[in-house]
Ligand binder design. Sequence first.
Ligand SMILES: NC(=O)CC[C@H](N)C(=O)O
Length: 367
Amino acid sequence: MLKRKLILESGEVFEGIAFGSETESAGEVVFTTGMTGYQETISDPSFCGQIVTMTYPLIGNYGINRDDFEAISPAIKGFVIHELATVPSNFRNEGTLDEYLKMKGIPGIQGIDTRKLTRLIRKEGAVKGYLSKAGEEINLEEIIEWLNAVKFPTNQVAQVSTQKAYPSPGRGKRVVLIDFGMKHGILRELNKRDCDVIVVSYNTSAEEIMAYQPDGIMLTNGPGDPMDVPEAIETIKVLIGKVPMFGICLGHQLFGLASGAKSFKLKFGHRGANHPVKDLRTGRTELTSQNHGFAIDMESLQDTDLEVTHIALNDGTCEGMRHKKYPVFTVQYHPEASPGPEDPNHLFDEFIELMNNSTREEQLQHA
Ligand SMILES: NC(=O)CC[C@H](N)C(=O)O
């Protein structure tokens, strides 16, 4: 078994055992607290460019299956775990995590103290990291210096969005889905409700989107800083009020920015499958799946036509908004719930209802 190191820009070094691809890699190191769902995590395009640490100690025990991918190819830069289960056991198992990461060229490290790493990230905030090539000695000082100077690419949405529009047909409401790095779960939920979905690239113009005559527009999740996608912000500005809109995660942040709100980077993000969110209108709390490093600044909503509908109970940040005049609502968390929990799944039904209640005449008035 070959060794490899995880090195942080702050100078901490974690030595462990290499698995997955033997290559070296670098990216922002983040942690997620989900106890299951490593396959969904690895393949969630919102993690594009990041080295992902699982805080749950035993990973790989149910293998990799055919059905649970959130994108065709994973976009993570590395995978950090405490202990790799080498003999998976599950009726859906089709192969091991190690084989999968090897096939996809993603380096993994196991046998490190993920608790210590997580506490460091919580204390110091988001940090850049480097995973060394399996079995290779490195010059630590050189790597730390390089990490402190390097600027990672900011075009992650362009890396993971579809380049060409394509349909995912149904006989119900026509939804144009703007793909900022869509999790397949969103498409599954819309298709389950018989929506006639047209998936378009992140830089499709408002005019082209409206030419599909949609009943509604879906703004998806996606990687990176929402400020790095100015063209999408401009497009959303034009689309607001034309047809009902539903935004998830990056889609929520872009809608906020398009409406005049501001965003900021959280110290260490919300990533996991047990984040409590309170719906301020009903007083109900739901457990949600989350994966975000940025958030909308609630104070900046004062000068907009938006209102906060949901807040995070862990730190009080904004988790949902709606437009006061137009049929648009967005959430910072993941109602498509892959891997779960499914508490907020009803939001997709609310989107369908919003499209049902918004008549064609009304839409044409705004068009
Ligand atoms: N899952 C997402 O869409 C994440 C949104 C954004 N990239 C963030 O980190 O905040």
